[in-house]
Ligand binder design. Structure first.
Ligand code: PEP
Ligand code: MN
Length: 342
């Protein structure tokens, strides 16, 4: 429920609304803006809904009371009508921008990561990715360099001035990873790891939340809600493909229709990951361009200085030349749409 105050409502009138909500055993959330509003993010017992709306609606200074119909509240367009822009060190995920995140699947060594970062930088992209903790299907596959990988990430981030993003796989690891990177990535397999979502929210760091391979849009936005509910407004959604009908041609099915749907129902920025979405390097460019046209706020693309030697996800990694070509094409296409690309 959202209580929209009249234009020019006084602080006392807003306080009266808040104390009425508290008196009903619920927590108010003040939402300052062009138009002051007070929200109730938690579920309201059904028998309380109408009486509470009646009481609040009759208080002085109240314009209207809006019922939020979706199960996700803070992430919804009902709650916040202006689009969220997540800004980190001068890079903004949000209206007017198309952010290109590039880098290898895993941080493998200083040399590998630094050379990837130079290519990302030279292309004009602004965000560097690289996994230090890797969620692998097999325990025998490369698991990442762990803290050593984070150290490399931080060092290379500082050397290049690129914003960094890396995955954190458990709530306990949030403080460690948050110490080294600018943006915390929550992987697709962890989208419903609720203690992790809460810790990531509490860290205050921007959170890059990937959609689970079998998550519905509601489940995805409710996962975002866990982070937002920790008073952390900086959530970036990422569509990275859902379980496919068959894996003969692509690793996942990139659900590009999720982009306009999420844009309609949520104010959060949405980035597309065509690398995990297709699993095939040659499909990354067409799907990246399609993501831009669909209205995405950016792409996350895996690139490796030498994909054939990659310790993870080599088959979907672009070569340096392919990456440079992709960014150039995105800039060209973005020019027609008035987007600042990079
Ligand atoms: C990754 O970004 O390297 C990754 C593991 O992605 P996802 O969680 O989408 O599979
Ligand atoms: Mn990967």
């Amino acid at each position: 429920m959202i209580v929209l105050m009249q234009f020019g409502a006084t602080d006392e009138q807003v306080h009266a609304v808040c104390s009425t909500i508290t008196a009903h055993g619920l927590s108010p959330l003040e939402m300052p803006g062009e138009h002051m509003a007070v929200g109730i993010p938690s579920t309201i017992p059904p028998e309380l809904r109408d009486p509470l709306a009646g009481v609040l609606g009759s208080l002085p200074g109240v314009g209207s009371v809006i019922h939020v119909s979706k199960s996700f509240k803070l992430a919804s367009m009902d709650w916040q009508r202006t689009r969220t822009a997540v800004s980190i060190k001068g890079v903004t995920f949000g209206p007017g921008n198309f952010v290109v995140i590039g880098g290898p699947c895993s941080v493998e060594s200083y040399e590998q990561f630094s050379s990837a970062a130079k290519i990302v930088k030279a292309s004009g992209s602004t965000v560097l990715r690289g996994g230090a903790f890797k969620p692998r299907t097999s325990p025998y596959s490369f698991q990442g360099l762990a803290e050593e990988g984070l150290q490399i990430l931080k060092q290379v981030g500082e050397e290049t001035g690129l914003v960094t993003v890396s995955e954190v796989m458990s709530g306990e690891m949030v403080p460690l990873v948050a110490d080294y990177v600018d943006i915390l990535q929550i992987g697709a397999r962890s989208m419903q790891n609720f203690p992790l979502l809460i810790e990531a929210g509490r860290s205050g760091k921007p959170v890059f939340l990937k959609r689970g391979p079998s998550a519905t849009i509601d489940e995805f936005l409710l996962a975002a809600e866990y982070v937002l509910n920790q008073n952390n407004p900086n959530v970036i959604l990422c569509e990275r493909g859902v379980i496919p009908l068959d894996r003969a041609y692509t690793r996942n099915t990139l659900d590009l229709s999720a982009v306009p749907v999420l844009k309609e129902y949520s104010h959060l920025p949405i980035v597309v990951d065509p690398s995990h979405g297709t699993g095939v390097a040659r499909y990354v460019k067409p799907m990246s361009l399609a993501a831009m046209v669909a209205g995405a706020d950016g792409v996350m693309v895996e690139m490796h200085p030498n994909p054939r030697t990659a310790l993870s996800d080599g088959s979907q990694a672009l070569t340096p030349d392919q990456f440079a070509d992709l960014v150039a094409e995105l800039k060209r296409l973005g020019g027609f749409q008035g987007l600042s690309v990079g």
